[in-house]
Ligand binder design. Sequence first.
Ligand code: AMP
Length: 395
Amino acid sequence: MKTIDDFNFANKKALIRVDFNVPLDANFNITDTTRIDAAKPTIDKILKDGGSAVLMSHLGRPKGPTPDLSLKHIVSKVSEILGVEVKFSEDCVGANAEQAAAALKPGEVLLLENLRFYAEEEKGDEEFAEKLSKLGDIYVNDAFGTAHRAHASTTIVAKFFSQNKCFGYLLAKEIEAIDKVLSSGEKPITAILGGSKVSSKITIIENILDKVDNLIIGGGMTYTFVKAQGGKIGDSICEDDKQELALNILKEAKAKNVAVYLPVDVVAADDFNNDANTKIVPVVDIPDGWQGLDAGPKTLENFKEVITASKTILWNGPVGVFEMPNFANGTKAVGDAIDEATQNGAFSLVGGGDSVAAVKQFGYEDKVSYVSTGGGAMLESLEGKKLPGIAAIYE
Ligand code: AMP
């Protein structure tokens, strides 16, 4: 894997695809700078080498030029975070951008206007990508969140850099983390999959059955599996048309020697509401009018035993309706068990959609080994797909 550590950027211009798609309030103040902070190490290294940096990103989903989504709103904050006065080009391609890039001296940084002001960006237009390529000597991709998109700046532009292209630190870390779980993880490897639906996780399950020793299934997905096996799930969430699929997964897991752990008891509620009445019942015997909204105590003991004995852990999806405090206990308990395993030397990766929100909400961010920054890109990686933005660097 070629990273920025394989290059000396002295007197070179790096064209860096960053993910500065940050949230802005009504006054265009950035409400969360995580993504800018995360890109800093890559930019710092390039400047420290004696190079200059041309930063390109999208912001929001504009259809053509949209002043509210101009990246000029973030220039002062980026300058503050980098500790360098960042210049701004009001067009991301063309004569102005080329002149601004050409005028950069070592140690200087230029931010280009929102790439998505051009429809060509998302179309992956080759001519547009070639125009972008004129702005740097070395192409650096450090935007994992868009690595699953074959856009001009994330993928197509790479072909104009022959060997002069590489991953930034952030993207390299994401690739390493996924690799540690799916290819080179120390055994026993455990995947914890939660969330609401089997249908949205099926491709991940199919891909990881070849890689893991243990599969913990929790959350709303549980009830499709339980019903398919003849259990009584009351009013719990269920995808009736996925029951056969659920049985096939269990059969396949058995054939591949993967131990599957499903909840044995649940916190059932008489309404989908934080203040509903609750009781602990066996997962196979949920009364009508009641629905399982969180994992029960015996279940959490079982999950904990498996998790704390694991050396590699992947967590995607909450095991209960964690947004409601009365049904967040299971998700927190899973987080605690992963924390314990990680302290004992396990590698733990959390990623994809809602799991990141849960991890942040409960403060597990610093307790797990790695939290992925890319929702959709992480899910596609776990599904075993080759991400175009990553493949383009290897080509
Ligand atoms: P996903 O986006 O597929 O990872 O699903 C995450 C959502 O699943 C969260 O919003 C949870 O509230 C929801 N969820 C987890 N457990 C349950 C459950 N037992 N019943 C309904 N929804 C659930």
